[in-house]
Design a protein around this ligand. Structure first.
Ligand SMILES: Nc1ncnc2c1ncn2[C@@H]1O[C@H](COP(=O)(O)OP(=O)(O)OP(=O)(O)O)[C@@H](O)[C@H]1O
Ligand SMILES: [Mg+2]
Length: 325
């Protein structure tokens, strides 16, 4: 087997936001990301899934050092960047980019496409003049847009086209690693597949490594080599994409998968839907034990006492659940 090298590793990463509950009470924390660990190999994709508010975006932003991590380690291409200052991060910013969830909010509608893509080129002082213009045109073509659109404004484009501009902007500085934060969630279903396919082609062509964030597993299954499932700041399951998708172990992953509509009528007859009851608890000062226990069909006393650690239950397949010894 080919020997794969790790591009990104996070170890026990924590990102807590302090929130004031009252004037006299002690500080509380939103444990948005809590002891999360994973690795992504060069040229591969880790799909990160979970319900709204479970900490996906915060994980991505913390890795890019847009937040100062509370604790843990971020190792990028062999270098520990956890404590790097914003200034010393600048050369790495070129290598680590992000594509945002909402292509309407993330692009300034009053800027031209050329300025949006060119801005990234300028910050890193990569090229100027004609060379810069040619590069922007080349990038527009790469993401399936017309190079002649360089002087049009972002507001003139549809959602799908705007996301293509966002992708071109991320590619402008020739990154190695891209956090794709729900890049297709805001788009029409008919356009989602086009954008996913394009991201896969770009990955192959440029050897890109992705952290690909989504709400549900069906969206990331195809593009991901590995899948991680998050629940309330914790990674509850991770493993090779097919293993997690076809043989989910954690009761939460099972519930997430069974909420995916199955188009084939015969198949859906065979599938019993697991309905998740109860609301997601507050991420502020979560109580001891497993965070999923209040909604879990299999909860037992130990689940209220001990927070289960991620354990390898099959080769490469990890689960944090007391059902697995
Ligand atoms: N800057 C912040 N200050 C305080 N709390 C925050 C901050 N950013 C995020 N949070 C909280 O951290 C938790 C995780 O938020 P995050 O945006 O990472 O979730 P998400 O999984 O990306 O959700 P979505 O699917 O809706 O995008 C939420 O409870 C959120 O309210
Ligand atoms: Mg998010």
């Amino acid at each position: 087997m080919e020997n794969k090298s790790t591009l990104l590793e996070v170890k026990d990463l924590c990102m807590y936001f302090s929130v004031a509950k009252g004037i006299f009470s002690k500080k509380s924390y939103v444990k948005a990301v809590d002891r999360v660990s994973f690795k992504i190999n060069k040229g591969e994709t880790l799909g990160l899934v979970g319900e709204s508010g479970c900490g996906k975006t915060t994980t991505g932003r913390t890795i890019l050092k847009l937040y100062e991590p509370t604790s843990g380690q971020i190792i990028f291409d062999g270098e520990d960047i956890t404590k790097k200052s914003q200034k010393s991060m600048l050369p790495l910013r070129k290598r680590m980019q992000m594509i945002f969830q909402d292509p309407y909010a993330s692009l300034n509608p009053r800027m031209t496409v050329g300025d949006i893509i060119g801005e990234a080129i300028d910050i890193h002082g990569i090229m100027k003049g004609n060379e810069r213009t040619e590069r922007i045109r080349y990038l527009l073509n790469k993401v399936g847009l017309n190079g002649d659109h360089i002087n049009r404004y972002a507001h003139e484009f549809s959602g799908g086209q705007r996301q293509r501009i966002g992708i071109a902007r991320a590619l402008a500085v020739e990154p190695d690693f891209i956090v794709c934060d729900e890049p297709i969630s805001a788009l029409d279903v008919s356009i989602q597949a086009q954008i996913i396919n394009m991201l896969e082609e770009l990955q192959d062509e440029f050897g890109l490594t992705y952290l690909f964030i989504a709400h549900d597993l069906s969206m990331v299954k195809h593009i991901s080599d590995q899948i991680g499932v998050m629940y309330l700041g914790r990674l509850v399951e991770k493993g090779p994409s097919d293993d997690v998708y076809l043989n989910p172990k954690h009761p939460y992953t099972q519930a997430l998968l069974s909420s995916v509509p199955i188009p084939d009528p015969d198949e859906s007859k065979l599938t019993k839907r697991i309905v998740l009851e109860g609301d997601i608890p507050s991420p502020i000062d979560p109580p001891p034990g497993c965070r999923f226990k209040g909604r879990c069909r299999f909860a037992k006393p130990v689940c209220s006492e001990i927070d289960p650690e991620l354990k390898e239950v099959e080769p490469g397949h990890f689960v944090a659940c007391h059902l697995f010894k």
